[in-house]
Write a protein that binds this ligand. Structure first.
Ligand SMILES: Cc1cc2nc3c(=O)[nH]c(=O)nc-3n(C[C@H](O)[C@H](O)[C@H](O)COP(=O)(O)O)c2cc1C
Length: 166
């Protein structure tokens, strides 16, 4: 049988982006560090994010029906630590990072190198995480030259086997 250690090592070898997901339900807004992101359809254009079932972001996406995916500059990986717990909103920024409202009402990060705004299309319960498929309703690039942050730019890891799991 494959050990958890090997399984972790193999799963951590999957290349992943590191980005921030914006979410909102009513007056409650959040931003969270996200690495499980991929496109899953061309027509309609769908992207998927897998979000921990216990995360604030999960509750907000379910209630609000939309989310934003904010791709970040590789040279600024500091927000990923800060956004790995629920974010503070002060009316204009989340954890001090300025946001504006997309057409669906979700917060979008003004500093994102590129962003997508998605309307929730389907939710697939996977276990520890829910896979949210979102239809891209708006997207923009702020800096076409910047390199996008990826997991391997940091010493962080995410995923693998649930700690204490088998
Ligand atoms: C490098 C890194 C990558 C992460 N990737 C994901 C992810 O893809 N999905 C997820 O559910 N949580 C991910 N997390 C964990 C969330 O950022 C963290 O659990 C957060 O507190 C949950 O968000 P909340 O503020 O909505 O509760 C990641 C954390 C780090 C540090």
């Amino acid at each position: 049988m494959t050990s958890n250690e090997t399984l972790n090592k193999v799963l951590w070898k999957i290349p992943n982006v590191l980005c921030l997901v914006g979410s909102r339900a009513g007056d409650e807004r959040n931003g969270m560090t996200q690495s499980w992101v991929t496109q899953v359809s061309m027509e309609p254009v769908l992207v998927a994010i897998s979000v921990d079932a216990s995360a604030v972001t999960n509750r907000l996406i379910r209630a609000g029906g939309s989310f934003s995916i904010n791709l970040w500059d590789r040279d600024d990986t500091r927000p990923f630590v800060k956004f790995s717990k629920p974010a503070a909103f002060d009316g204009e920024s989340l954890n001090g990072r300025p946001v504006f409202e997309g057409s669906t009402g979700v917060p979008i990060f003004a500093e994102a190198v590129a962003w997508m705004e998605c309307r929730l299309h389907q939710t697939i319960e996977c276990g520890t995480h829910d896979l949210f498929l979102g239809e891209v309703v708006a997207a923009e690039i702020r800096d076409d030259e910047a390199l996008i942050a990826r997991m391997e730019d940091t010493r962080m890891k995410y995923g693998g086997v649930k700690r204490g799991g088998h």
